[in-house]
Design a protein around this ligand. Structure first.
Ligand SMILES: Nc1ncnc2c1ncn2[C@@H]1O[C@H](COP(=O)(O)OP(=O)(O)OP(=O)(O)O)[C@@H](O)[C@H]1O
Length: 220
């Protein structure tokens, strides 16, 4: 079985103010269907840069990323956008909800933009995340834990094979964090490949594999 996410020898350099930062220096990693991988490491070690390259939101200077067997690097934005919309759910830091739409309409909008033929009904996604009763709620009225789950619902709107999440429990209390961890575990149980960037020991403990990034390299 081929990996859902297959990244090989990624390099990313930033040039700013006459200085060069080597944000990624030869990073390779795979995530299989039904596997949860946690990426941990100190601030500035390259975690967000890595996630952006894996999601096709950024193009690395070297190396290759394949998602469901298709190359997402060096393809041009239209191809990357199609791969993202059909196969990847992305949950970035902060939350990915539009404030003036209800939770349900946020999901429906994400589905409309992504245009994948077979998408789970919004109500089904909300029920799966245990927030069916929040369908008509406005994001501004939700608690931190509810926002995290609603954000996850939007990331999962297209029924992706791969979920990439940056600090999904960043600002949550212990109870809400546990809820999100259980959701991620359920997703992997259903066959989704999950890669999560985290500073949380609890999230890392729930992952099948933990990858430590330091100065843009994976620690052996
Ligand atoms: N747009 C950019 N321009 C210049 N340097 C950047 C840019 N983005 C990131 N960097 C640098 O690249 C390195 C890796 O940054 P990155 O944000 O990927 O780290 P991180 O591990 O996600 O950090 P944190 O845990 O604080 O979010 C850092 O040295 C950072 O300063």
């Amino acid at each position: 079985m081929s990996a859902v996410l297959d990244a090989t020898n990624l390099y990313r350099f930033y040039h700013a103010g006459g200085e060069e930062t080597l944000a990624l220096q030869g990073v390779s990693l795979n995530v299989d269907a039904g596997e949860m991988v946690a990426v941990v490491g100190p601030s500035g070690s390259g975690k967000s840069t890595l996630l952006a390259c894996l999601a096709g939101l950024d193009d690395p200077d070297g190396g290759m990323v394949r998602v469901v067997g298709q190359r997402i690097t060096r393809t041009g934005e239209p191809v990357r956008a199609v791969l993202r919309s059909r196969h990847i759910g992305v949950l970035l830091q902060g939350h990915n909800l539009i404030d003036h739409l209800t939770v349900r309409d946020n999901i429906v909008l994400a589905q409309t933009i992504r245009g994948r033929a077979k998408q789970p009904p919004a109500g089904e996604i909300l029920a799966q995340l245990g927030i069916a009763e929040l369908a008509s709620a406005m994001p501004g009225t939700l608690s931190g834990g509810e926002v995290a789950r609603a954000g996850l619902a939007v990331a999962l709107a297209n029924g992706p094979e791969l979920l990439l999440a940056d600090e999904p429990t960043g600002e949550l209390d212990e109870t809400s964090e546990r809820t999100v961890i259980d959701l991620l575990t359920d997703l992997t149980g259903a066959g989704t490949a999950v890669l999560v960037v985290t500073h949380s020991d609890a999230v890392a403990a729930a992952a099948g594999r933990v990858v430590v990034l330091r100065d843009g390299r994976i620690e052996p």
